[in-house]
Design a protein. Structure first.
Ligand code: HEC
Length: 455
């Protein structure tokens, strides 16, 4: 594998220079030699002068909030009383991660060879207008592709997908790398109504419940569809994602997924800012656009308002523009060589899917198709590069976006944060997470201190 293959796919490489995913690797499964997403902003400081903090993320298995406050966790009562996780588990990330990756009860579906921990290096800075984060972690086998469509000679079928699910079906995994940041106000988000423990002590764990995808009490799709709030008559969901128990009118073993408070009560909480901001940089579904996703966690993990960075229709709706790219789809044998380089982007290199186009058996198309984000979705710009076995992801967001689905950040204040890293082609719960508590200070001391740069 060499770098001199750069630009080999002449036409397309010229066109998609903006996504600038360069280099190639002809073998299936191997990572790209180098990846560089577009950079839509400049950092006004010098990263080499910004202090770096390395935090150790561990694999959490199915250690949900319901587990942590239940009889199976020796720390349950202290947790409820507001004792931070680190009071008992500081420095135990390696031990926790190694145990949870193959735990008899908290990991029913282990991934062979799962890393116990991922060290994440965090640098933070701010100027008069923006906050900047630089996040770095080792990724020996990075992935910049997500789920796929494959033409079997007669019809298009779904291909790719996350570990461990697709391994069991004998399908080669294809799922993107990701890093996420969860942000909340100090002691602003109680774990449940009347709780002494908040996001400040228990971090992301207060958002993780037994009812969520790939968790032990995940409801059946039919149950969700029949639910007046979640189902076809309401929010039209078919799964449960991260949420705060303060949006629920009770608690139970499943995490009270179905006990949502009244719309008026939810609106009161939302207006009081009782939600978390979530930025998700995605190697396939956001990086080629120079953005990270902007979500918020409340009664569900919602995307912010606006046109999302990607759309994933239930059938192929887009293909490559042959006039611009020289091809309509990507031959399976060139998966790594081409797919890493050519994300399919509406408005740039995608045209509406035409079933009469000259497809061959084994042709691939990306399943999620990218599109230019609008409104609040477009708030977080990002530039991710991968080189020499390591991701470096830079994020930038306005301190004050003025939007109701964002957390405003102000110099001189401290916020609670949590990070997660998705590596090795995994989805939903199978990420590595920080051990709470973890704080971010803007110009003031905290676990991660953002330093003032520029004007
Ligand atoms: C008062 C002390 C204490 C606090 C606070 C505490 N724990 Fe624990 N936790 C324990 C003890 C003791 C065990 C059992 C021994 C062990 O596995 O380390 C345990 C076990 C666990 C386990 C299972 C580990 C395994 O391998 O079986 C997880 C996961 C866990 N704790 C996570 C957390 C998280 C997350 C928090 C914060 C929300 C937390 N704990 C807060 C004391 C505590």
């Amino acid at each position: 594998m060499t770098n001199n293959t750069r630009g080999r796919i002449g036409l397309g490489a010229v066109l998609l220079v903006v996504t600038a995913i360069v280099g190639s690797c002809a073998t299936l499964g191997g990572g790209p030699p180098e990846v560089a997403g577009p950079r839509l902003f400049t950092f006004p400081g010098d990263w080499t002068k910004v202090p770096a903090k390395t935090v150790t993320l561990f694999y959490p298995g199915q250690a949900s909030w319901e587990f942590l406050v239940g009889s199976g966790h020796p720390g349950a009562e202290p947790v409820k009383a507001g004792t931070p996780c680190a009071a008992c588990h500081a420095g135990q990330q390696e031990k926790l991660g190694a145990s949870l990756a193959k735990h008899a009860t908290l990991e029913p579906d282990p991934i062979p060879g799962k890393r116990a921990t991922v060290p994440l290096t965090v640098l933070a800075a701010f100027d008069g207008q923006y906050i900047y984060l630089r996040l770095q972690w080792d990724a020996p086998d990075p992935s910049v592709t997500h789920t796929l469509w494959r033409y079997d000679g007669k019809k298009w079928v779904r291909a790719g997908g996350p570990k461990p699910d697709v391994l069991k079906k004998g399908i080669a995994p294809s799922y993107e790398d990701r890093v996420a940041v969860l942000i909340g106000d100090r002691d602003g988000i109680p774990a449940y109504d009347g709780a002494k423990v908040t996001f400040s002590q228990a971090g992301c764990f207060i958002t993780c419940h037994n009812s969520m995808r790939a968790m032990p009490k995940e409801p059946k799709q039919a149950e969700i569809k029949a639910h007046p709030y979640w189902g076809n008559a309401g929010k039209k969901r078919d799964d449960i994602r991260k949420y705060l128990l303060i949006t629920r009118a009770g608690q139970d073993e499943a995490g009270a997924w179905d006990k949502v408070k009244s719309p008026a009560e939810l609106e009161r909480l939302r207006q009081a800012g009782r939600f978390l901001d979530l930025w998700q940089w995605r190697a396939a579904r956001s990086n080629p656009l120079g953005h990270a996703g902007d979500d918020w966690v409340f009664d569900y993990r919602w995307f912010d308002k606006g046109k999302n960075l990607f759309t994933s229709p239930g059938e192929p709706k887009w293909m490559y523009d042959r006039g611009k790219m020289g091809f309509v789809a990507i031959p399976e044998a060139k998966l790594k060589e081409m797919l890493d380089k050519f994300p399919l982007i509406i408005g740039r290199n995608a045209v509406p899917f035409d079933p009469t186009a000259p497809f061959k058996e084994g042709d691939l198309l990306p399943h999620p198709v990218l599109q230019e984000p609008t409104e609040s979705v477009s708030d977080v710009m990002a530039s991710g590069t991968w080189a020499a076995g390591r991701w470096t992801v830079d994020l930038r967001r306005k301190l004050n976006t003025g939007k109701p689905d964002d957390k405003m950040l102000a110099p001189g204040k401290v916020y609670d944060i949590g990070f997660s890293v998705f590596e090795d082609r995994v989805s939903n719960r199978r990420h590595h997470v920080t051990l709470p508590p973890l704080t971010l200070g803007l110009g003031v001391d905290a676990d991660v201190k953002a330093v003032k740069v520029g004007p």
